[in-house]
Design a protein around this ligand. Structure first.
Ligand code: NAD
Ligand code: 89Y
Length: 338
């Protein structure tokens, strides 16, 4: 299977390493407007460099394209890929607005191709162990959940746009945590959010607290912070507290999964540090390879990825609702037409 990557920046390096570990996949070409970035990445991974995505797709005719640029370029690039008739993976946040997101999904549908959003946190091995336990009935019927990401890690040095974009933590990180809440408890009926900016050196919000009522009857608290200074620093761990009618599940700091339901089961669900990975990013880095393998598996089987474009519209709607709720101090009915 031939792939091509667009955007050779900070995170794309993980994606290239991930692809290199998947049998039967070859990233034949990479593209970036920045000559140093495209040439370095091409040389590092043995691909052909291009300055322009349209030129690359025309010359290479790949089976799929992996879009690793920041959000502003996602719509034109997804539409370009759809017009070229190739399957698409697009990084999160998928789109800047819901109309853009719907148009992107429609474009790939019209081309008859597969679209997956690179929504990888639900594929982190520790989070996945919890999802599988809950789906398998380990705590009975869940009624409460807390999905929590609190850190003081400096994400701005690697990703400077996070300090200057008008929106920060919900659009960048909360989007993953909301998606994990969906993976655990299903779709959302109502959402209420409150946001704060603690770090005066950035433009957007760095703290968000969200209350969700799920269609399944679960009430969840989804909380995120990049203003939390504590030791040990838990970046980039998502911590979980789930109460069900038969027991409880906790995913504690240090990748410790504790399930109490009759007896007690304690598991070390720490992710491996892949040969190319480095702490503390290894957790995210492993999930990149896992979601890529899922995409390839879906293409081979002709099935839809878990975080297809259609699926991700529902995660993106939660992000939009959270900003609206925080601005208006209202609770948003997710089932009401916009
Ligand atoms: P970055 O700015 O470091 O890299 C983006 C690259 O895309 C730049 O080199 C830029 O020149 C290039 N680019 C932009 N538009 C282009 C175009 N039209 N054609 C060719 N090249 C173009 O950004 P980053 O930090 O690597 O983030 C990229 C995306 O990855 C973001 O959407 C971010 O949210 C996401 N991300 C995801 C995770 C995750 O765990 N899923 C983690 C970090 C970042
Ligand atoms: O961009 C973000 C993401 O998707 O995961 C962590 C991150 O790199 C910083 O918040």
């Amino acid at each position: 299977m031939k792939g091509a990557l667009i955007g050779c920046g900070f995170f794309a390096q993980n994606q290239m390493h991930g692809w290199a570990g998947i049998p039967g996949v070859d990233i034949v070409a990479v593209c970036d407007r920045d000559p140093t970035r495209r040439n370095d990445t091409a040389a590092r991974f043995g691909a052909r460099p291009y300055a322009d995505a349209a030129d690359m797709l025309a010359a290479e005719s790949p089976d799929f394209v992996d879009i690793a640029t920041t959000v502003a370029s996602h719509r034109p690039l997804v539409e370009l890929a759809a017009a070229a008739g190739v399957h698409v993976i697009c990084q999160k946040p998928f789109a800047e607005t819901m109309p853009d997101a719907r148009a992107m999904v429609a474009a790939v549908d019209a081309a008859g191709r597969t679209l997956m959003v690179h929504e990888n946190f639900r594929w982190q091995s520790a989070v996945r162990a919890a999802i599988e336990a809950v789906r398998g009935g380990a705590v009975g019927r869940p009624f409460f959940g807390r999905v929590s990401f609190r850190s003081g890690y400096d994400v701005f040095s690697g990703q400077p746009y996070l300090a200057t974009d008008p929106r920060f933590i919900i659009q960048d990180l909360g989007i993953h945590i909301l998606d994990v809440a969906r993976a655990l408890f299903g779709d959302v009926a109502t959402l209420a959010a409150s946001t704060r900016r603690i770090n005066p050196a950035i433009r957007g919000e760095d703290v968000a607290t969200m209350l969700l009522e799920h269609d399944s009857g679960v009430t969840s608290v989804v909380d995120c912070s990049y203003a939390t200074r504590r030791l040990p620093e838990t970046f980039p761990e998502t911590l979980l507290e789930i109460d069900g009618d038969k027991g409880t599940l906790r995913l504690d700091a240090g990748y410790r999964l504790v399930i109490q339901a009759g007896g007690e089961q304690i598991r070390d669900v720490a992710p491996p540090v892949l040969p190319w990975a480095e702490r503390p990013w290894h957790n995210i880095q492993e999930s990149v390879r896992i979601i890529q393998a899922h995409f390839v598996d879906c293409l081979r089987r002709g099935t839809q990825p878990e975080t297809s474009g259609h699926d991700n519209l529902r995660t993106l709607a939660l992000v939009e609702a959270a900003y609206r709720s925080a601005a208006d101090r209202t609770r948003i009915d997710m089932r009401a037409p916009e």
